[in-house]
Write a new protein. Structure first.
Length: 405
């Protein structure tokens, strides 16, 4: 296999590859292709090219082609979900190794993903694709009300809207809450709203088409709409009643979509009649998930992702500790922060093993909160779910957030 020398890394305005991975790669020439207006700092050894948007496959192809005329690009890395299709398109067009355009679409286009999962006989919500928001009621006649509407391309809870009735749809067409989805330039997927008992995620490493490591977790509560409350999840111990079901379904999803090598992040729901597959991404999860997996299992998912993206085979030696590790995303609200718990104050709470604050007094929180907006992350351990719930309650009582205008 030819040695990788020149790597193009795609970055959006908000998200990029962890800087530590770029800093450790002295043997590579790295060019970051980033959205105009980004605020990332990549270091003096990294070349940065700004373009209008990395979501435009043609624009990314034009940029990579121009770079390759002087220094051929050997690999393309997309650590951000919104740029996964562009990376796959350029790989397939230029014959660069890595996930093809077809594979990238299976892990980033929610409609294509659901088509392939349903064709493999896996449990999914009923779904339909529409070209514009006006056509949602027609799709909802199939999925039923309430329904969930979102762009087929997107990450986290971007543009996700729950509609309870046709009247909700009418308000979406005219009200400010529907502006983002009305302005979507991509098709929309309309899905049956799933009444769930619990929501889970499973973060895994795939090698030669097989899952060689999987870490299942349960969210404290379903994440849709969780923008100003205590959110997060906890890693399931092997003896948990849902551990095997989640990991087996994760393996079936990976097999159905045909991924050969990589890191995946799966979302799924547990209902009264069993598990339902939500979505899967071919990149590490966010919101402190990778830090939790590394702390609990000793597997650095970002490092694995980087090595696999370069065509290498990383060695992993997972641990299987007893007990629970929970990750808490501390809530925030729009406005200027006038009061906030310190790391030392939160570290004194029962079970806490680490606190990483990302905001401080004086910072201004923008009004467009997402499920990933947080003042910081708290990691704590517990013997079982009962103690985990008690520690979460104690942390909630101790947390102080004051926001002014």
């Amino acid at each position: 296999m030819p040695k990788t020398s020149h790597v193009a890394v795609l970055a959006t305005r908000r998200r990029a590859l962890p800087l530590r991975l770029l800093q450790k790669s002295d043997d590579l020439r790295i060019t970051v292709i980033a959205d105009q207006g980004h605020t990332h700092v990549f270091g003096p050894s990294v070349t940065v090219r700004e373009i209008a948007t990395v979501r435009d496959p043609g624009l990314v192809l034009e940029t990579v082609s121009e770079l390759s005329r002087k220094d051929p690009v050997d690999r393309i890395v997309s650590p951000v979900e919104l740029a996964v299709p562009s990376a796959g398109y350029v790989r397939s067009t230029l014959g660069i190794p890595g996930d093809s355009y077809d594979m990238s679409l299976a892990f980033s286009n929610k409609f294509i993903m659901k088509q392939r999962l349903a064709a493999a006989g896996l449990p999914t919500a009923a779904f339909r694709q529409v070209m514009k928001v006006d056509d949602v009621p027609e799709a909802a006649a199939h999925t039923g009300w309430p329904c969930v509407t979102k762009p087929v391309f997107g990450g986290g809870c971007m543009g996700v809207t729950v509609l309870d009735s046709p009247e909700d749809h009418e308000r979406l067409l005219s009200g400010p809450a529907g502006e983002e989805i009305r302005n979507s330039t991509t098709p929309l997927i309309v899905e049956q709203f799933i009444e769930m008992d619990h929501e889970y995620h499973c973060d895994a490493v795939v090698r030669d088409g097989k899952v060689v490591f999987a870490a299942p977790s349960r969210y404290f509560s379903p994440i849709l709409g969780q923008v100003d409350t205590f959110s997060g999840s906890y890693l399931l111990p092997q003896g948990h009643e849902d551990f095997t079901a989640v990991t087996e379904l994760n393996a079936e999803v990976v097999r159905a979509l045909g991924l050969t090598d990589g890191v995946t992040h799966l979302e799924l729901f547990k209902t009264g009649s069993g598990f339902v597959v939500g979505e899967i991404a071919c990149r590490p999860g966010g919101g402190g998930i990778t830090a939790a997996v590394q702390r609990h299992h000793g597997v650095d998912l970002w490092d694995v992702f980087w090595e696999v993206s370069l065509g290498r085979t990383p060695d992993i030696a997972p641990r299987s500790p007893e007990g629970i590790l929970a990750t808490v995303m501390l809530p925030t609200r729009p406005g200027r922060i006038t009061g906030l718990s310190t790391e030392a104050e939160l570290a004194a709470c029962p079970g806490v093993v680490a606190v990483n604050m990302s905001l401080s007094v004086g910072d201004v929180v923008p009004p467009d909160l997402t499920s990933a907006t947080t003042t910081g992350l708290v990691f704590f351990t517990a013997r079982d779910e009962a103690e985990m719930a008690q520690h979460l309650h104690e942390l909630s009582d101790a947390y102080v957030l004051e926001v002014g205008v």
